[in-house]
Design a protein around this ligand. Structure first.
Ligand SMILES: CC(=O)SCCNC(=O)CCNC(=O)[C@H](O)C(C)(C)COP(=O)(O)OP(=O)(O)OC[C@H]1O[C@@H](n2cnc3c(N)ncnc32)[C@H](O)[C@@H]1OP(=O)(O)O
Length: 420
């Protein structure tokens, strides 16, 4: 484990030290929630997974925590440590505290039997050195009001309601539709605890906009099929209203519900433009827009994945094509991963996918790959073939990168719909 400065030590953080833990993150992220916000937003930390580096004087210098997630991966799910709340006091930066905390995090996750870790990166330059690979992109669209959508059958019987978010009424509805909408999508992490599920809307988060509203699409039986969480902001310009609409999350369980939801969102009175929030790169909206050029896209790194246990993680997902490949894996931080692994798929399953056996191997490698790139390809959204094309994966047997790229790829683009 990386040595800490003299006298510093790694400690567990119990709930009684919550204020000290928060102080570190408030200094690191430059925020100070008001008592009102603190009263509204619950603590999401899981205390048995919350750690810090403590200075000799007893002050917490750096902190981190993780959530016990079940990560959807191609054709399966795996236990996953969702790294979160990472921060170091500004006067303790660049002394190796994060490096030490990452070693602690890896050791504890492996001890709990979690073969992967995932995170959202505050800044994209931080986590690659620790073996995290950017495993998904999301698309954020700015769409002009009135943008037309191609027709989809089945929208006639769908109804729409528009309300102010109410925790009591809407938390379970949102959780249920969110789960159904993301079924089968790699990276679609569910909010697993009551604190994470809670719909928070403290006034301080509104930035002058209205309270959080919810649009719900229901079928003829009353079953919710889609929702969007959004705010409009009152903006009067010359010559009139130009309200922006900011969507926090918009999900739908099928095409008709997607169409009904977005038809509504794109035609709100007084508004001029809709910001979509984080969408998967293959979101149905992108297929339905008549004039895709009118929607201005921004591509962002979404969830990052760190493979902690190579054989368990690679055997924990399914593959799109048969594959027999020897991967020479480099891992500067977890030596148990750093060797050659043979991945061999079995029989084609009824759903057309393949399970794999992954064993240590002494055979000549077909591909050399850092664990970072393996993490990037793990959810099926980033191509090993493309990574080889960029020089980040090295091919030793002609055709191996193409074959591995085809097998690791997945037809549903990975994304996580919320930042944890
Ligand atoms: C999953 C999440 O929670 S994401 C949130 C991350 N937190 C933040 O962004 C809050 C503000 N930043 C911080 O609190 C701190 O700067 C941290 C936590 C990002 C880094 O903590 P530190 O203790 O300074 O990191 P540490 O000293 O171990 O640095 C390790 C290496 O990463 C590099 N590094 C650290 N942070 C950054 C950064 N933001 N950008 C680029 N490189 C970085 C360091 O330069 C160092 O490189 P080296 O090994 O080549 O010398």
């Amino acid at each position: 484990m990386t040595p800490l400065p003299a006298g510093y030590r790694t400690v567990s953080v119990p709930a009684e030290r919550e204020d000290e833990f928060r102080d570190v993150d408030q200094l690191a992220f430059a925020f100070e929630p008001s008592p009102e916000t603190r009263a509204i937003v619950p603590t999401t930390l899981e205390w048995d997974r919350t750690m810090a580096v403590e200075r000799p004087d007893g002050v917490l210098a750096a902190v981190h925590s993780s959530y016990a997630f079940t990560l959807p991966v191609p054709g399966a799910t795996v236990p996953c440590a969702g790294l979160t709340w990472v921060g170091a006091r500004p006067d303790e930066r660049r002394r190796g505290l994060l490096t030490s905390m990452i070693a602690t995090h890896f050791e504890r996750a492996l001890g709990r039997g979690e073969p992967v870790s995932a995170l959202f990166a505050a800044e994209p330059a931080i986590y690659g050195r620790f073996g995290y690979g950017s495993a998904a992109d999301d698309v954020r669209l700015k769409i002009p009001r009135g943008a037309a959508l191609r027709d989809v059958p089945g929208t006639e019987d769908l109804t729409v309601t528009f309300d102010t978010v109410d925790r009591e009424r809407h938390t379970d509805l949102v959780q249920d539709v969110h789960r159904r909408a993301g079924a089968g999508r790699p990276g679609w992490v569910l909010r697993t605890t009551d604190a994470l599920r809670t719909l928070n809307d403290p006034p301080a988060w509104r930035d002058g906009a209205e309270p959080l509203r919810i649009v719900v699409v229901r079928d003829a039986t009353g079953d919710p099929r889609a929702y969007a969480l959004l705010r409009r902001k009152e903006v009067w310009a010359d010559p009139g209203p130009r309200y922006p609409v900011k969507i926090r999350e918009a999900v739908a369980v099928d095409a008709a519900a997607t169409h009904r939801l977005w038809s509504f969102l794109l035609d709100l009175d007084l508004t001029s433009e809709v910001e979509s929030g984080m969408l998967p790169a293959d979101d149905a909206l992108l297929q339905l827009l008549v004039d895709v050029r009118a929607a201005v896209p921004r591509l962002n790194d979404n969830v990052w994945v760190r493979i902690l246990d190579v054989p368990a993680a690679l055997a924990g997902r399914r593959y799109s094509a048969p594959l027999d490949v020897v991967l020479d894996v480099a891992d500067a931080r977890l030596p148990a991963n750093a060797r050659a692994w043979r991945l061999v798929t079995g029989e084609r399953a009824d759903d057309g996918t393949y399970a794999a056996r992954v064993e240590a191997s002494d055979a000549e490698p077909d591909l050399s790959v850092d664990v970072r790139e393996l993490g990037a390809a793990y959810l099926g959204g980033r191509s090993l073939t493309a990574l080889a094309g960029a020089g980040l994966v090295v091919e030793h047997r002609a055709g191996a990168a193409l074959a591995a790229g085809a097998a690791f790829a997945w037809p549903v683009a990975p994304v996580c719909s919320w930042v944890f």
